[in-house]
Design a protein around this ligand. Structure first.
Ligand code: AMP
Length: 279
C-alpha cells in the first residue's frame, strides 16, 4: 500500500494506476462504515484509493475541528488489511495553499437540513470533493447513505460539472443496537452512548408506522418527535420527512420520504436517516 502526502507524487502515481480506480474520501478515524465503502470499491475496481483529510472548511467556527478524533497509524493498518492500494494524507496547506480563493457552491439541495444548521458546510464539502475528483480522476467514488444530504449534493455536483465519475452510495453501517457508526460516537460517555440509541429507535418507529399505513408526512415527523421526547439527554435540532431526491420538506400524504434527524446528545451532535418507500 502506497501512502502519499504531496500533490505532485499523487499526480505522478495516478498516471500509472490500473483502472478502474475507485476513490473513498474520508476524514479518518476509520470504522466499519468507512471500511464497507472500501470493500465495495475493492469488489468493483482494480485500484482502490482512500483519502484521509480532516477538511477544515466544512467545519463551522463553533464546531469540533480541533477535537475531531485522529489516529493515522491505526487507519493505515486497517486500510492495509482491507487491501487498499493507495492512501493520500495531504496536509491542509496542500489542499488550501496561501491565496486560495475558489469555492464550489451547490444551491437548492444543499440549503435545507444540514445546510441550514451548518452554514458553509456544503461549500466546504463540495470544494474538497471537487478537488479530490480532479486529482484522482476516479472512475467511481464511494460515499455513505449515513450522510444522505452530502450524497445528494455530490450527485448534483458531479452531474452539473460533468464529472465522468460514477457516484456509488453505500448503506449505513450500524452498531448492534442500531446506532449509526460515526467517528463522533467516540465523544459519547457511557450514559450518552446508551441515550444515543434513541435516534435509530425514532427512525425505526417512523418506518414501522409507514409500513402500517401512515402516509402523512407531518404525522410521521410527529411520531419521531414523540420517541425522541422520551430521552431526556436528547436535544432535537431537526426532524425531517423530505423528498429523497430534492430534499424538500414534505407535507400531507407521501409515497416515499427521507426521514432524517439531527440530535444533540450532551455536546455531541449526531445525525441519522432512513428512506421509506412503497417499493
Ligand atoms: P467521514 O470520514 O465522516 O467524512 O465519512 C467518510 C465517508 O464514510 C462518507 O461518505 C460517509 O457518508 C461514510 N460513512 C460514515 N459513516 C458511515 C456509516 N456508518 N455507514 C456507511 N458509511 C458511512
Amino acid at each position: 500500500m502506497k501512502v502519499l502526502e504531496s500533490l505532485g507524487e499523487l499526480r505522478q502515481t495516478r498516471a500509472s494506476l490500473p483502472e478502474p480506480v475507485g476513490l473513498v474520501p474520508t476524514m479518518g478515524f476509520l470504522h466499519d462504515g468507512h471500511l464497507s465503502l472500501v470493500e465495495k470499491a475493492r469488489q468493483e475496481c482494480r485500484t482502490v484509493a482512500v483519502s484521509i483529510f480532516v477538511n477544515p472548511t466544512q467545519f463551522g467556527p463553533t464546531e469540533d475541528l480541533a477535537a475531531y478524533p485522529r489516529d493515522l497509524p491505526r487507519d493505515l493498518a486497517s486500510l492495509e488489511a482491507a487491501g487498499v492500494d493507495l492512501v493520500w494524507t495531504p496536509a491542509p496547506e496542500v489542499i488550501y495553499p496561501p491565496g486560495f480563493q475558489t469555492w464550489v457552491t451547490v444551491e437548492g439541495v444543499s440549503q435545507g437540513l444540514e445546510g441550514e444548521r451548518r452554514p458553509g458546510h456544503f461549500r466546504g464539502v463540495a470544494t474538497i470533493v471537487t478537488k479530490l475528483l480532479h486529482v484522482f480522476q476516479p472512475q467511481r467514488a464511494y460515499f455513505g447513505q449515513k450522510d444522505a444530504q452530502q450524497a445528494a449534493v455530490i450527485r448534483r455536483l458531479t452531474a452539473d460539472l460533468d464529472f465522468p465519475t460514477e457516484i456509488v452510495v453505500c448503506p449505513t453501517v450500524r452498531e448492534p443496537d442500531g446506532l449509526a457508526m460515526s467517528s463522533r460516537n467516540t465523544y459519547l460517555d457511557p450514559d450518552e452512548r446508551r441515550a444515543a440509541t434513541v435516534l435509530y429507535r425514532a427512525l425505526e418507529t417512523g418506518r414501522r408506522a409507514y409500513a402500517a399505513g401512515e402516509r402523512d408526512a407531518d404525522r410521521l415527523r410527529q411520531i419521531l418527535q414523540t420517541v425522541l421526547a422520551e430521552e431526556p439527554r436528547a436535544e432535537v435540532q431537526y426532524v425531517s420527512a423530505a423528498d429523497p431526491d430534492t430534499l424538500q420538506e414534505l407535507h400531507g400524504p407521501v409515497e416515499s420520504a427521507l426521514l432524517s434527524l439531527a440530535v444533540f446528545i450532551g455536546k455531541t451532535r449526531l445525525i441519522d436517516n432512513l428512506v421509506i418507500s412503497d417499493q
